[in-house]
Design a protein around this ligand. Structure first.
Ligand code: ARG
Length: 460
């Protein structure tokens, strides 16, 4: 295959060797080859349908491109930096193989609408893969939620013990976050799935093309409206990076909890050995590397979002070479988001709850203080007064280093005569969680009902 530049006509001097390497994108955009070929075949079919190519030319192009695709798949294609990008590498190889018909493929299009199409086709598939991984992680969370629907741990606000919650309920909180992530990606995909092909360089083309037909062949919902916007729009890349950033922020928060919970000080959970590593100097260590790394990776994904926004902010219409810089951040975002989701989906079912430790920690923090206040309200005390009474009871417990349930009835009654023998039932952890028995509450019955709804939602 010749390295002759496809645009060399008007040039007298060869490209500076460093500039050639500096401006080339083939080292990373070759990743798009399947979509470049898919787009080109659809384009050729449309050209033939509109009488711009003969059927024989269309067939030669199609067979030739398919052959190149297989060659690339087998790792036998020779990429050339001199041919700049994936598009010109493939087109040159096609012409080398089938001759003049290959030279006609680029009729009525430009690399500007071509690359805008390729990236959309690629990202559309990746979004599907990512959404499948999200679903797998959600299923893992439901498995743990089901197993631990009755397991009690302290719920925190300000990282101070607040009220008892169930571990199943906590898993379902994560499930909700991921559900929104999946929806956001689907929404991004819906807006992205319009076809730029036909916009050509920026203004459209003089050939009698049928953009609806190409859009249909490629599974786009419709051709894009405006040619200038079509070749320059990278909103979808930014939207995707934003959705990916939010998803990584969620994974990072989950990571943080897993790390805290698996510390010796909390000791709420054990992560499986297969997801931890040791220390080269401290023999006792078992480090939660996987969640730590996921927490760390959120940083680069947020960086890509800012990078893409900055890439676009100064660009006049229409296409500018700046846009070539959209690919590496997108590729990196996809790879790391997929990897993080995968490792989470594998790791989560292998969490073991250390129930006794969770229980003892819940007992320590006066987690049922609100239950006592609610009890007083049921006995006719206004909530603010009840709050005050319980605050005083807690102060006594702090002084005596005991829990509310360990005070005697006489001690409790000294704070409020409304308190009776039945108070001790509300001070238990089981009573506390079971009482929050409404949709969205932490009661085990509600957790089980929420799991059932979640399962139905996941299959639909
Ligand atoms: N490699 C280019 C990119 O990724 C393809 C489009 C180039 N178009 C051009 N007019 N130089 O954006």
């Amino acid at each position: 295959m010749s390295d002759k530049k496809l645009w060399s006509g008007r040039f007298n001097e060869p490209t500076d060797a460093f500039v050639e390497a500096f401006t080339a994108s083939v080292e990373f955009d070759q990743r798009l080859y399947r979509y470049d070929i898919q787009g080109s075949i659809a384009h050729a079919r449309m050209l033939a349908k509109c009488g711009i190519l003969t059927e024989a030319e269309r067939d030669a192009i199609t067979t030739g491109l398919e052959k190149i695709g297989e060659q690339i798949g087998r790792g036998e294609f020779e990429w050339s930096i001199g041919l700049e990008d994936v598009h010109m590498n493939i087109e040159s190889a096609l012409t080398a193989d089938i001759g003049d018909a290959g030279k006609k493929l680029h009729t009525g299009r430009s690399r500007n609408d071509q690359v805008a199409t390729d990236v959309r086709l690629w990202l559309r598939d990746e979004i599907e893969v990512i959404r499948t991984e999200i679903k797998r992680l959600q299923e893992a969370l439901l498995t743990v939620a089901e197993r631990e629907a009755d397991t009690i741990l302290p719920g925190f606000t300000h990282l101070q013990t607040a009220q008892p919650v169930t571990f199943g309920h906590h898993m379902l909180a994560w499930f909700e976050m991921l559900g929104r992530d999946s929806e956001r990606l689907a929404d991004c995909n819906r807006r992205m799935n319009v076809m730029p092909l036909g916009a050509a360089a920026l203004a459209g083309t003089t050939y009698p093309i049928d953009r609806h037909y190409t859009a249909e062949l490629l599974g786009f919902s419709r051709p894009s409206e405006n040619s200038l916007d079509s070749v320059s729009d990278r909103d979808f890349a930014i939207e995707f990076a934003a959705a990916a950033s939010i998803a990584m922020m969620h994974l990072s928060r989950m990571s943080e909890e897993l790390i805290i919970w698996s510390s010796a000080q909390f000791a709420f959970i054990t992560l499986s050995d297969s997801f931890c590593t040791g220390s080269s100097i401290m023999p006792q260590k078992k480090n939660p590397d996987v969640p730590e790394l996921v927490r760390g990776k959120s940083g680069r994904i947020f960086g890509h979002l800012i990078g893409l926004l900055t890439l676009m902010k100064g660009q006049p219409l229409a296409y500018n070479k700046d846009n070539q810089e959209d690919k590496e951040p997108l590729f990196d975002t996809v790879d790391n988001l997929k990897g993080s989701l995968k490792v989470f989906a594998d790791m989560i079912p292998a969490i073991t709850c250390r129930k006794q430790n969770m229980r003892e920690a819940t007992m320590k923090g006066f987690a049922t203080a609100t239950d006592l206040a609610d009890y007083l309200v049921r006995k006719g005390t206004p909530f603010r007064d009840a709050h005050e009474v319980v605050g005083k009871a807690v102060a006594l417990c702090v002084e005596k280093s005991c829990d509310l349930a360990e005070l005697t009835l006489a001690e409790l009654q000294a704070f409020s005569p409304a308190i009776g023998e039945d108070v001790f039932a509300v001070l238990t952890l089981e009573g506390s969680v079971a009482a929050r028995n409404h949709i969205g509450g932490t009661a085990p019955d509600q957790v089980r009902a929420a799991i059932a709804r979640a399962k139905t939602a996941l299959v639909n």
